[in-house]
Design a protein around this ligand. Sequence first.
Ligand SMILES: [Zn+2]
Length: 659
Amino acid sequence: MGNVMTAKRMVGELERLGKNGEDFIVLGVDAPGFDELSHKQKVLAYYLYRAAIAGHTLIDQQNHRHAMEIRGLLESIYLNSEGMEPRVKGAVHDYLKYVWINHGPYDHDSHVKTPPNYLTYEMLRQAAEFAQARGAQLKSAAGETLESELERLRPTIFDPGFEPVMTNQNKGDDIIATSSVNLYDRQLTQKDIAALPAVWQQRLNVRFGFENGKAVPQLYKIGGLYGDDLDTIRHFMTLALPYAESETQRRGIQSLIDYYGTGDEAKFRQYSIDWLRSDTIIDYLNGFIESYLDPRGVIGQFEGNVSFVSDSTLIGRLADNALYFENRMPWPDAYKLEKINRPVANVVNVIVETGDSGPASPAAYNLPNYNDLRRDYGSKNIILLNIEEARSDRIREATISEFYLAEYRDLVRKYGDRARQWEVYMHEVIGHGSGKPAASLKVDPAVAIGRAYSSLEECRADLVALFHAQDPKLAEIGAFRQEEQPDIVRAMYISYLQGQMNRYRMYEDDYVREAHQRGQQLVLGFLLEGGEAGNQDYGVRVIRQDGNFFVQLADFGKARSGIGALLTRLQTIKSRGDAAAATRIFDRFGTRVNPEWRANIRARAARLKLPNKSAFVFPRLEPVMAENEITDVRLHVDEDLTAQQLRMSRLRFNKKVPE
Ligand SMILES: [Zn+2]
């Protein structure tokens, strides 16, 4: 226990990573309101928090077959680095931070290998030998010397051309054979997976090994793959059970415990139902949820979190009106829901996020992902307020004045935040939950569409937000004042389109890989090029001014008609499960960027030294004990990225309370 009174509050910008600090800004987040929770809620939050931390490195294990070994090696070196040459220690530490944020040697979003900035192979060897001489237990495989271990890891860490992409979804490639993600043994091909029974091909919690010339499923369960990690999660879930806020929430936790015990995905579906129906103050995620790591878009990647409700008045009113917006969707009535289970929608502060959702965090999520459950039970939408609001004002201003045409700058300064907030609300609350499959479609659209599905679904939810942003209902429910609405909507459109172009600064080549970004690129490309026929004017241009490229929203009305046309197209593709059409439209508009624009954006970003992405450091919970009972839980914001990640690694199999 540190001296809390004198500890520095680690909130806001904590550090920058990368040459000139351009790769990441690390932001510390607070969770205001925690102290006002009841004793029971705090204890529940604490056990769920430990369950989230227990699963933290599961996604490292899924990332690459060497990812955990690299993390462990670097942590051991770092922990035994006292007296090491500062240049070498600094280089190890720098790379370790990337491994923590990305959960392995590949970029979390682009899935491309990220070799160290400063660390060389010689430095790594020197550092490892130094640490070993200081007594570090560098756990190599049985019978392996340190030297041969380092040689074995060498190409994975240092050679960008060796297994360059973790998740490859490019058309024409064997997406299994060319992806280095550790969801498949390296010898496997698409043909091997296609030869499996359909139930295995659609399974969420599985890895595939290669034995006797064929694919062999390995289930994630206690006693199976990742058994010890899952057993630690189960331990804390079991402790959380008596503190559940409602019977539904309790049932959900119990289903999750059963799921980890058996590997039976039906239990996870049951958990998903109870989870989406429980509208409690303390909420959490724990499981293999999103499917971005899997080139097929099926297998789930681990994430855990805990949050508590902050203020949900406005978003609740949006949820009350979900059917109003559904009735006004531009697509055919056959694909509209006739009734909607009112989506649960909450604005929360997160206490911790692990695995897929931390240190890199989404601003919001909408779950479950099972389309039949969404149809039958609805969905839950969570906006992460303390994540959404964490930022550097200096960077925001620099971005606006560099990348936006002068005519939009004040608009974005004034309304950009609120536009973004409502874009996220609508994306989650009335976007993902909307629409229904054609009566003739017999499988889940996600299964029918395959690799383009994640991008299609993210894009569709964005388009719903853009399409409805000018609806008078929003002013009526108090989202914004009526006279401000036209400006807010314009700010939303220009920041959406220019914002995607600004992301080009992150792209090492001309490809867009991340699902949300493919969606945004599709919108930008579709509007610029006048739709699939290429003969429409959707009022959006890229213009050149003083040698720089900018997005211009020349005609808002035309842009909105383009948004409606694309939204109708994507819903039709989804409802029919039309994989070929999905692939075609993304390959044409959502996958490649203009090289000249990209070079220009990157040069301007480099001049400004803008960080490309954010990583977060979360609060630390400390249970106050009296005779083995938790009498209170205190929340501290006193860690930097390094302290937090080292602690989470230490807690992987730790079942003690307090830690
Ligand atoms: Zn989404």
